[in-house]
Design a binder for this molecule. Structure first.
Ligand code: SF4
Ligand code: SF4
Length: 419
């Protein structure tokens, strides 16, 4: 119990570190052949939260834990690690087909940036739909038994608790970035290291909590606003209480300004409310364009279902959808990925996350893959992390069920080639 709590705490405040749990089939309660089948990522905290929510609500369900490299749903789908291929792989290797009489899947809404539900249906016959955005709304959604989540269940809130958690995570991630220069500077400046660590956490949490109140566009500008306020307050208090000498006080004020600006720039990486585009966050200029080609729209509603920020509205006369709030779009690509008629035109590629954390993770993965390729080319036998087969069409032996695994696998085209 205590260990579990400790693990939850660590996972909650250390989301930048992927912590995987074994992919496969889980049971919530005593699921039957007609129980719902849910899918989620293999980020350990998410899996435990979903199971806990279902069990507390007395809902019997199957849970497919897909291999997303231990990354949460939103980040994994934005970075291309949680896709239709990932879902298909777990569908085939888990043996779920032999345990239920229906072919319906419920996906987390935020997986829309990576998962194309039409591709799943075409290639497996399973009908997928997107459930609510937050785990907390899952029980209500399942109890209603309706096809669609309510609009309030489909929108990102980024409320006080979210902002507190994300601010703390921002502190952790920024510490990784700053720790080496801080430690080197501490050789000459003594207590500089611990004061800087406290400063980073305080400014990270403040940046996150006050983000809607700070002047300027989301990104570096809001961090700079906070930095100016914090540095001015520091100088005033320093002068009043007779703190460090003027030179040292101004040096600290400059450090506060720099740290706050950097944190403001990086904060959107921790929020699904703003696009994590480095150029845009630094310069405050928007260059995202999104529009619906009206003649192509068939009014299927899916763009509105997957959009976490409510960009689309339905025209009651034509029954087609239009872009009502282009400024809110944060280029997650979920609508583009799932529009069945390719009616949505943008100037960005879908589901390519550009946040600094993803840049680092993708670079590390690319290096790992390069090394894996080298090993394989000299006869190594390394299984692909998230594949449903080993490239030979045979199902993976890692099935979590007693059912015989399906013999064939069609893990085919990668993202972007499905339509
Ligand atoms: S997903 Fe595409 S076809 Fe469906 S309502 Fe949106 S724009 Fe129209
Ligand atoms: S409109 Fe923008 S934010 Fe909404 S789903 Fe599409 S790309 Fe994502």
């Amino acid at each position: 119990m205590f260990l579990n709590l400790l693990k939850d705490f660590w996972l909650l405040f250390g989301r930048m570190f992927p912590l995987p749990t074994t992919p496969g089939l889980r049971e919530a309660g005593k699921p039957t052949r007609s129980s719902p089948v849910l899918v989620t990522c293999n980020f350990d905290l998410t899996v435990r939260k979903v199971l806990r929510t279902l069990e507390r609500s007395g809902i019997d369900a199957w849970l497919l834990v897909a291999p997303s490299r231990g990354i949460n749903v939103w980040c994994a789908s934005g970075a291309g690690h949680f896709t239709a291929d990932t879902v298909i792989s777990i569908l085939k290797t888990s043996g779920i087909a032999g345990r239920v009489d229906h072919r319906k899947l419920i996906l987390p809404q935020l997986s829309g940036a990576g998962v194309n539900i039409w591709s799943i249906e075409e290639r497996t016959g399973w009908k997928a739909r997107f459930g609510p955005l937050r785990i907390e709304d899952l029980a209500g959604y399942l109890e209603r038994g309706k096809h669609r989540a309510e609009p309030s269940e489909r929108r990102v809130k980024f409320d006080f608790t979210d902002r507190l958690v994300m601010g703390t995570n921002l502190g952790f991630s920024s510490l990784v970035f700053f720790i080496l220069p801080i430690l080197i500077a501490s050789i000459w400046l003594g207590s500089f290291w611990w004061k800087s660590i406290v400063l980073i956490f305080v400014l990270a949490v403040l940046n996150s909590l006050l983000v809607f109140r700070l002047p300027g566009k989301p990104g570096a500008a809001r961090g700079l606003s906070l930095g100016i306020g914090a540095a001015a307050l520091f100088l005033a208090v320093s002068w009043l209480v007779g703190g460090p000498p003027a030179g040292a006080s101004f040096a600290w004020a400059g450090w506060i300004l720099f740290v706050a600006t950097y944190l403001g720039y990086d904060l959107p990486s921790w929020s699904p409310l703003w696009r994590a585009d480095r150029k845009e966050l630094l310069l405050g200029k928007r260059h995202t364009r999104i529009e619906i080609v009206e003649e192509k729209c068939i009014g299927c509603h899916l763009c509105d279902v997957v959009c976490p920020v409510g960009v689309f509205r339905r025209n009651p006369k034509t029954r087609r959808y239009f872009v009502a709030d282009a400024g809110a779009c944060q280029a997650c690509g979920a609508c583009v990925e799932n529009c069945p008629t390719e009616a949505i035109a943008t100037n960005f590629r879908s589901a390519v996350c550009k946040c600094p954390t993803c840049a680092v993770i993708n670079r590390v993965n690319a290096l790992k893959e390069e090394r894996t390729d080298e090993n394989e080319s000299v006869g190594g036998d390394i299984a692909p992390e998230s594949a449903c087969c080993k490239g030979d069409g045979a199902a993976s032996p890692e099935s979590t069920t007693a059912e015989p695994a399906p013999r064939a696998c069609d893990c085919g085209p990668s993202r972007g080639e499905h339509r």
